[in-house]
Design a protein around this ligand. Structure first.
Ligand code: AKG
Ligand code: FE2
Length: 200
């Protein structure tokens, strides 16, 4: 009886993430969004299944010297020096979460047609089981996360919010920001990450 009950009464497994909808005040989020619009955005190319195509969003990376980041075996990001604003935000996230970061990757979604497909961030350059902290600015987009082989859970990542993917999340779960045909204005996302290379 108890065995049977436990089969049906299992609570939904909790996700290895924490969400802080009001991490930044509206004014802080507005100011940071303006700052981020002026970052050095690039249109990178990605090689997939033997084809080269534009990454469906703009990207930039800031961080400690020498912390190069290669993903999908084809896109190489080289860190620009931290801006005061990004370094301040990094330190604030560390104070809240206890996690340390050496790079931040920016994604700019210009419209609903910009996106990032299902993936996990498991590049060896971040070390084993990285904690990744993600700040969202501008338009609200749907972020989906699922255990590999499972059903997705949706988060609507608000202007000024912080989503933390805890250590282990990248080994057990996938996440994405899907395309949408609804009209959406620009969204900027900043993912703060550890890095095992570079100086210091
Ligand atoms: O834009 C987002 O919220 C997620 C970005 C992301 O998953 C990534 O840069 O790896
Ligand atoms: Fe990701």
């Amino acid at each position: 009886m108890t065995i049977q009950m436990s089969l049906f009464n299992e609570p939904a497994p909790s996700l290895p993430v924490s969400y802080y909808p009001d991490f930044l005040s509206k004014q802080e989020a507005n100011e940071l969004y303006q700052h981020c619009l002026g970052l050095q955005w690039q249109q990178n190319q990605i090689k997939m299944l033997g084809k080269t195509m534009p990454v469906p969003r703009l990207e930039c990376m800031y961080g400690d010297e020498g912390c190069d980041y290669l993903y999908s075996k084809s896109v190489l990001l080289k860190p620009l020096a931290w801006t005061e604003e990004l370094a301040g935000l990094r330190d604030r996230i560390t104070a809240t979460t206890g996690y340390s970061f050496r790079i931040v990757i920016g994604n700019q979604y210009r419209s609903g047609q910009d996106s990032i497909g299902w993936h996990s961030d498991n590049e060896a350059s971040m070390g084993l089981d990285p904690a990744i902290a993600s700040v969202s600015l501008g338009a609200v987009r749907k972020f989906q996360i699922k255990v590999i082989g499972g059903k997705p859970t949706d988060f609507w990542l608000e202007h000024g919010s912080l989503l933390v993917m805890h250590p282990g999340c990248q080994s057990t779960h996938l996440h994405q920001v899907p395309k949408t045909n609804k009209f959406v204005t620009t969204r900027i996302n900043l993912t703060f990450r550890p890095h095992v290379g570079g100086g210091k």
